[in-house]
Ligand binder design. Structure first.
Ligand SMILES: *[C@@H]1O[C@H](CO)[C@@H](O)[C@H](O)[C@H]1NC(C)=O
Ligand SMILES: [Zn+2]
Length: 521
């Protein structure tokens, strides 16, 4: 080959490669470099997928409800970005597990007597199907908060009762205490959510039974109970296996509810396990186990960020996804189907503490649990509903650059921090109220040299409250499976219980002529 030919070939090659570069991508695009073609293709693919997706019409054999306690819409948006950033992406384009579900809607969360609800009244709405007064569980709105005598005859039943009556297997898992407001909505009737153990009820006039005793006395058929809250099940003088003698919330009535649960399961002829740590949890074979009581903490289970931290956790705890996995494998052995409630209970606690990082990592553990539920069941026979009980005051604001650390300060786009009108930097995540309120010399704190990505950092607030409050804004519903499409649009929160009952033909909808079964003949 002559030198001249060689040069010509090289020039042609160079020309083609430069030209094709310009033709395919003649400009520099911001953000992640997405081209207009990228957005057109992305949109087209998603629209075509959704346009072709048919609703699943007919009866649901199984129902799984995933409840993110306090998982407001800003919590979902911020958790999505966190997930992407942990995977090395900018974050905003990320999709959470349940965001791939075909149907979504909004839930109006106010309760009968309060514009902003709590987890007790909201559980009564989405599990029992009626709105009630704030702080009350499993009772109607004639019951006054804290008045034991007013609850007699005002009890209401739940999707768990209805599913049990239809011969289905039932269970629940939570990262909060198993007697906390959300799971208690399945099985308890109390005028005050705080009556979790007889430490609280022994002095209440009227002799109302505590929540832990209601669970063990009245709900032996429940096959899966997992979460925290050992303190209300053990005797006053029984040391806690992880926390020693710190047992002053223990039972005054001398009962050992763990032992009573085991005796009850024995009498039902069930293979059963009581476990309180991760090693024992891992040793359970769901194929040969009929029922589990797992109480992994004295009080609530750990925050996801501290679950594997030996300073916080001594004996090890399973994740919410691991508990979900075990629960589904046990419950799905029933040919008549099952109902399962899975609660991400500590998203709410992170927010109350004004610590967005704790809330968002728990929101990710929750989305992992939904992914597990989605993987283990089929949308042809299992309805999955993902929602929250109420919102919080966390806001997601300012004009941070694409990909800015979700726990960081709003940046100025040039490597520095953007300044608010008081000439001080501020974070993307803030709270309307809460403990992160500090005024020094007439100004809010200067966070220029504060690491706002630390898990202990409390985002700044407008109003000082030692515990941040719930929000009154609507929460999201994401759903898939039989009759999930009915949950699109805006709903009163109590409609969710009715849709689950209608889809699975239980409770008021137990006759095939009255439920989703009628739609398929
Ligand atoms: C887990 O619980 C079992 C049963 O009480 C106990 O034998 C075991 O030592 C515990 N493991 C840990 C790591 O605490
Ligand atoms: Zn709360």
């Amino acid at each position: 080959m002559s030198n001249k030919l060689r040069t010509n070939i090289l020039l042609v090659f160079l020309f083609l490669s430069v030209a094709s570069g310009f033709i395919l991508d003649p400009k520099q695009y911001s953000g992640n470099g997405e081209t207009p073609t990228h957005w057109r293709n992305q949109a087209k693919a998603n629209i075509l997928k959704k346009a072709r997706a048919a609703p699943v019409v007919g009866k649901a054999k199984n129902v799984i409800m995933f409840l993110g306690d306090g998982m407001s819409i800003p919590t979902i948006s911020a958790a999505r970005i966190l997930k992407g950033q942990l995977e090395g992406q900018l974050g905003e384009e990320t999709v959470l597990s349940y965001e791939q579900f075909p149907w979504s809607g909004l839930s109006k969360t106010y309760c009968q007597d309060s514009q902003v609800t709590d987890s007790a009244a909201s559980a009564t709405a989405y599990l029992c199907g009626v709105k009630s007064n704030i702080g009350t569980i499993g009772v109607d709105a004639s019951v006054q908060f804290g008045n034991c005598n007013s609850q007699q005859g005002a009890e209401v039943t739940s999707i768990l009762d209805w599913s049990m009556a239809a011969g289905k297997s039932v269970g629940f898992v939570t990262t909060a205490r198993v007697t906390h407001a959300t799971p208690a909505g399945l099985y308890a009737n109390v005028a005050a959510r705080g009556w979790e153990g007889d430490y609280y009820t022994h002095s209440v006039a009227g002799g109302c039974k505590d929540i832990a005793a209601q669970l063990i006395d009245d709900y032996k058929p429940i096959q899966v109970i997992m979460g925290g809250g050992r303190r209300f099940f053990r005797k006053f003088d029984q040391p806690d296996p992880e926390h020693g003698s710190n047992a002053h919330y223990g039972r005054r009535d001398g009962r050992d509810l763990v032992q009573e649960w085991m005796n009850g399961q024995q009498n039902l002829g069930r293979t059963h396990r009581y476990v309180w740590n991760e090693t024992d949890f891992n040793s359970i074979d769901p194929a040969t186990t009929d029922s589990i009581l797992g109480l992994f903490e004295y009080s609530h289970m750990q925050y996801e960020l501290e679950r594997k931290d030996p300073h916080h956790e001594k004996a090890g705890e399973p994740s919410l996804a691991e508990m979900t996995d075990k629960a589904i494998k046990i419950l799905s052995k029933n040919p008549k189907g099952f109902f399962l409630l899975v609660e991400g209970g500590r998203i709410d606690h992170g927010h109350h503490a004004g610590r967005a990082k704790m809330a968002l990592y728990d929101a990710l553990a929750f989305q992992d649990a939904v992914a597990k539920g989605n993987e283990l069941t089929s949308e042809s026979d299992t309805l999955i509903v993902v929602t929250a009980d109420h919102a919080h005051t966390m806001v997601f604001a300012g004009y941070p650059s694409r990909g800015n650390d979700i726990f960081g300060k709003v940046d100025d786009g040039h490597g520095g921090a953007s300044k608010a009108s008081d000439n001080l930097p501020y974070t993307t995540l803030l709270y309307g109220d809460g403990p992160g309120f500090h005024i020094t010399n007439g100004h809010r704190d200067d966070i220029s040299h504060v690491d706002t990505t630390d898990k202990h950092y409390q985002q700044q607030t407008a109003v000082y409250k030692t515990s941040e409050t719930h929000g009154g804004d609507d929460v999201a519903i994401h759903a898939r499976g039989p009759m999930a499409h009915v949950l699109s649009g805006t709903h009163e929160q109590n409609e969710i219980a009715h849709l689950m009952a209608y889809a699975s033909c239980v409770g008021d909808y137990v006759n095939d002529a009255d439920c989703a079964a009628s739609l398929t003949g």
